[in-house]
Design a protein. Structure first.
Length: 179
């Protein structure tokens, strides 16, 4: 099983093994135990939604960079995990997909960045709503774990901190004045 990096924002992250089975066709799905958590590509989910909904195990979805996240409107609660592929580290479409899933579609499950992601991108991926990473190059994992604590503050609002820094400071000052 491949290693992944997961953890809450600014908590340092942790290395974990992936317990999800990647499935891309019906025969692979039928060969698995019904309670095994599976991740399926969007096209496979579209074609086999009823079969997948009948399974006992958790369901995860793999989105490619060209997939339309709005196709999942009102269905995000069905997924315990959504993985978003990054075919190259220069392809930023996954950042937008993550923000849309979190902010507009209300997805609350695990959001995992998969593929060609670099430790330098961890801070920005976290700010867009990702909470797990499965890099192609496992040599990056130790640096990704360190990247969780590289930065402590950001000026702008984001998925993980909807209030910008100037408002957080003003609120903290107001709280101090009340005590």
């Amino acid at each position: 099983m491949p290693n992944i990096v997961r953890g809450a924002f600014f908590e340092g992250g942790l290395r974990d093994s992936d317990s999800w089975a990647a499935v891309s066709d019906r025969s692979e799905l039928e060969a698995l135990e019904p309670r095994m958590p599976v991740i399926v590509p969007l096209a496979f989910w579209r074609a086999n939604e009823d079969l997948l909904n009948a399974r006992e195990g958790a369901l995860g979805l793999l989105l490619g960079p060209d997939d339309d996240v709005f196709e999942l409107r009102e269905k995000t609660a069905r997924f315990a995990l959504i993985s978003i592929q990054f075919p190259t580290f220069t392809d930023g479409r996954g950042f937008s997909a993550a923000r849309l899933l979190r902010e507009r579609l209300g997805f609350r499950g695990e959001l995992r960045a998969v593929g060609d992601i670099l430790p330098d991108q961890v801070f920005y991926l976290l700010r867009c709503g990702f909470d797990a990473f499965a890099p192609h190059d496992e040599a990056h994992i130790e640096n990704m774990l360190r990247a969780y604590t590289t930065f402590r503050e950001a000026y702008q609002s984001s998925v993980e901190r909807p209030m910008p820094l100037f408002r957080r400071r003003a609120q903290a000052l107001s709280d101090l004045e009340r005590t």
